[in-house]
Write a protein that binds this ligand. Structure first.
Ligand SMILES: [Cu+2]
Length: 177
C-alpha cells in the first residue's frame, strides 16, 4: 500500500497535537493533585494549630460574625445572649456593643487563654496580642477577632462591682479538638 507523501506529515502532526493535548491534560491533573495535597496539608495543620502554631493560616479563615450586647438601654445587667458557642479552629468576629448608660466588661479569662487573638478593633484603634477582658463604655463597641483553639466550657462575667452579683454572667462553649 502506498501512502501519498502529503498525508504523512499531516498524520504526524495530528498525532503530535494529540500527544500535546494529553500531556497538557495529564499536567493539569497532576497540578490539581498537588493542589489537593497542599489543601489537605493546610487543613491538617489548621486542625492541630495551637495558639502560636499557624497564625498565617488562622488569619485566612472566613470570618463568622457574632454579636453580644452588654446591658441594654434600660440599664439591665445582662449579656444578650448570655450563652455563646464557638467551634475550635474557626475564625470569629465578636461584636461587643454597649447601648446602656453604664460601662461593662466582657471578662472570660480562661476562654481568652485558649484562643488565638488576631486583634481587637474599636473603630480607629486596633489592639493586638493577648486579650483577657474588654471594657466597653456606654455607646461604644469593640470587635474582637480570634480563633478558639481549645475546647471547653468557660465562664463569662462583667467585673464592674455589683454586676456579676446582679446576674451579668454567661457561659462560652468551645466545641471540637
Ligand atoms: Cu456590667
Amino acid at each position: 500500500m502506498v501512502i501519498p507523501k502529503t498525508v504523512v506529515p499531516k498524520m504526524l502532526s495530528s498525532k503530535q497535537v494529540l500527544q500535546g493535548k494529553s500531556l497538557r491534560l495529564w499536567l493539569r491533573a497532576f497540578m490539581l493533585r498537588i493542589l489537593i495535597v497542599v489543601a489537605i496539608a493546610g487543613a491538617i495543620q489548621l486542625s492541630t494549630a495551637s495558639a502560636l502554631a499557624a497564625p498565617q493560616n488562622l488569619a485566612k479563615q472566613p470570618l463568622i460574625n457574632v454579636e453580644v450586647r452588654l446591658g441594654d438601654a434600660d440599664g439591665s445587667l445582662q449579656f444578650y445572649p448570655n450563652t455563646l458557642a464557638f467551634e475550635a479552629g474557626r475564625r470569629y468576629q465578636l461584636h461587643l456593643v454597649n447601648d446602656s448608660p453604664t460601662k461593662h466588661y466582657f471578662t472570660a479569662k480562661d476562654f481568652a487563654d485558649g484562643v488565638w487573638n488576631q486583634k481587637v478593633d474599636t473603630g480607629g484603634v486596633e489592639v493586638k496580642g493577648a486579650i483577657h477582658e474588654i471594657e466597653v463604655r456606654p455607646g461604644a463597641y469593640a470587635d474582637w477577632v480570634f480563633v478558639p483553639v481549645r475546647a471547653g466550657n468557660y465562664p463569662l462575667r462583667c467585673v464592674v462591682p455589683g454586676h456579676t452579683e446582679a446576674g451579668m454572667v454567661g457561659s462560652i462553649q468551645v466545641e471540637g479538638q
